[in-house]
Structures are given as structure tokens and as C-alpha cells.
Design a protein around this ligand. Sequence first.
Ligand code: NAD
Ligand code: DAU
Length: 352
Amino acid sequence: MKRSILVTGGAGFIGSHLVRRLVARYPDYRIVNFDKLTYAGNPANLRDTEGAPNYAFERGDVCDVEAVRAVFRRYDIDGVIHLAAESHVDRSIRDPFTFARTNVLGTLTLLQAAKEHWNGAWEGKRFHHVSTDEVYGALGAGDAPFSETTPYDPHSPYSASKASSDHFVQAFHDTYGMPTIITNCSNNYGPYQFPEKLIPLFINNIRISRRLPVYGRGENVRDWLYVEDHARALDLVFHEGRAGETYNIGGDDERRNIDLVRLLVRTVDRQLGRSEGASEHLIDFVADRAGHDLRYAIDATKIREELGWRPSLRFEEGIERTVRWYLANQAWMDAIVDGTYERYYDSMYGGK
Ligand code: NAD
Ligand code: DAU
């Protein structure tokens, strides 16, 4: 084995795409997926990878000091790509403590275990934290996109927890010399995304003719990136990025929520053979998300110029592909939308 890489949160949305990519591309690496399997962690996301000889799964909590130490020892980990987190903004508004625990204390637990295990021998080591553009706060309509030097200004409990964990990662670099890297990415979409997030939630709702709760007037803007493009960027930055640096990753594909929702309606209706506009009436403007950030946009010049990365897929093509995947993988969705998730959905949207 040339390298032993610990991927945390590998059973989640982005983590599963990253694990699949690393296992396939690096047969002489050992890829260890450490995941608690919370509501968002789904072993079915990696069915096609389970049997690979260079893949190992360990169920555990990033806040469990002994479990984390044990994994470092058992596999002699020399690289970490840390994705495990509570990731949904609406949940963070309802339950901020869980976000502080997993995202802040969990990250600190991993950093401390890596520091102990590597014991100052930093050569060939790397700790990569997968973070979000939400740490930079919100942009106005005419503002320049976020760059790596934009000051942190998080608003939601989720983004506050990710900002805090970013600061701990940077502190381990600045204080102890740990070779860390942080990537801050915009909104991802694609297969295997948990159906609490806008795109898979709405694709499924359109399919079953359930209402589409658009927060506020749908004027908020997000910058969308196909998840496999993000996984490719993470692979590249992990291997070739400079220690101590931050890299922004984005799709350069900004959309207003309402325009995105209309595109989803058109695409799902067309792929299901319904008449154009058949599901438009499902759009329902509801109370806005508390503290809802108006706009995110990423300036990805640094990763493009230093590492040659750029997105490969434009949004319309990515949405076409994504809708086709969800409609063809109904069993995956149905297995999630069981009692547990339905109860959460009902408590959020009153069962409508
Ligand atoms: P996700 O919610 O789909 O998956 C999170 C994974 O982490 C799950 O498998 C879950 O079981 C695991 N996990 C949660 N708590 C854990 C704990 N205490 N110990 C071990 N495992 C735990 O999330 P995602 O959308 O794939 O996001 C992955 C990472 O990327 C997160 O750190 C998120 O902040 C970041 N990110 C996400 C996006 C996006 O658009 N989804 C964009 C930028 C950054
Ligand atoms: O920007 C990166 C972030 O993108 C990641 O760090 C987060 O983990 C990820 O969840 C995502 O955060 P958002 O809050 O932007 O994603 P979400 O899919 O929840 O919402 C996208 C937009 O759609 C947002 O403006 C809120 C709105 N929305 C969302 C839902 C779930 C609605 O209008 N209605 C909804 O039901």
C-alpha cells in the first residue's frame, strides 16, 4: 500500500462520490471510510464499491476519541479527507447543538488524533477539511463573488459551525505545522443526495405531485456544481494543493431558486411524458428560512490557475442527468422516504 487515506462521512452524498472515485483510481491506496451512519449516511450509496480490495468501512463517530485513535492506529493513516458533518441548514436552525458537537468538536477530535499519530513527522501527511462557501456569509445582487480572502461572516448555526471548524484546522497548521488544506465549495447536486435538500426533494415531490415549498419569493441565488466535479476537485487538491492553503470550488453557474424550480418542473414533467407546465401549480411560496442568505457565488480562479481544475458540466446538462438518475432509481428514494424521514418532513411542512 502506498497510502492509507481516511475519508470521514464517506456514506453521505459527496463522500460516497469521493470514495467511489478514490477506490477506482488508486488501487494501491487503502481507502478507509469512517462514518457514523446518521440519518444522512446510507450504505446503499456505495454498494458498487463495497467489495473492492482497497476499501474498508468503519462505523464510528468523529467525536469518539478512542474510536478515532483506533482507526489511525489500525490503518496507519497518512492522509485525511474530512467530510463527516451535519450538513442541512434547516436542521441547524432547529438543533444547533448537534451541529456544534459533530462539526466543531468532531473536527477537533480528528485533528488531535492526527497530530498524536503523526507526532511531528509531517512529511507525506495531509489533513484536508471539506468546507462550504457559506462561511463567507451572503452577497448582495451586484457584489463580486467570494474569493479565498473574503472575511468569514457566517449567519446560520450550520455555517457558524463550519467556520469554527475551518479556524481549528488553520490553527493546527499555524500552531503545530500540520500540513492542512481547506476547500470551500458551493452548492452540490447530483445522484445520492439526501431528499431534504432542494433538488432531490423537489424532483421527488414533482414526481408524486406534492407541493413545492419555495422559501420567501424564491429570489435567493445559489451557485451550483455537479457533485462529480466536486469529487474531482477534492482528489486534485488533496494530492496537489499547497499545505496551509484554502481553495474555493464553484460551478460558476448562479441561479435564482425560482428559476431552478421551474427548470426542475419542466424537466421532470418532460421525462415523465407529462404535458408542459403540468406541475407548475405545485409551486408554493412559503415563509422564508430564518436568516436566509440572499446569494452565494464563488470565484474559482485560484484552483483553476494553480491546479487546472474547472467544472466539466453545465447546469442544464447536469440537471437533465440528475433528474434521469432519480427517476431511474426510485427504489433508492423509496428506501429513504420511510417513516423516519416522513416524520421529519411532516414536522417541517405540516404534512402537506
Ligand atoms: P451528507 O449530510 O450527505 O453526509 C454527511 C455524512 O457524514 C453522512 O454519511 C453521515 O452519516 C456522516 N456523519 C454525520 N455525523 C457524523 C459523525 N458524528 N461521525 C461520523 N460520521 C458522521 O453531507 P454532504 O452534503 O455529503 O456534505 C459532506 C461535507 O461537504 C460536509 O462537511 C459539508 O459541510 C460539506 N459541503 C457540502 C456541500 C453540499 O452542497 N452538499 C457543499 C460544500 C461543502
Ligand atoms: O453552499 C453550500 C451549501 O449548500 C452546503 O454547505 C450545505 O451543506 C448544503 O445543504 C447547501 O446549503 P443550502 O441551504 O444552500 O441548500 P438547500 O438545498 O437546503 O437549499 C437551497 C436553496 O433552496 C436555499 O436558498 C433554500 C431554498 N429552499 C430549500 C428547501 C429545502 C427552498 O426554497 N425550499 C426548500 O424546501
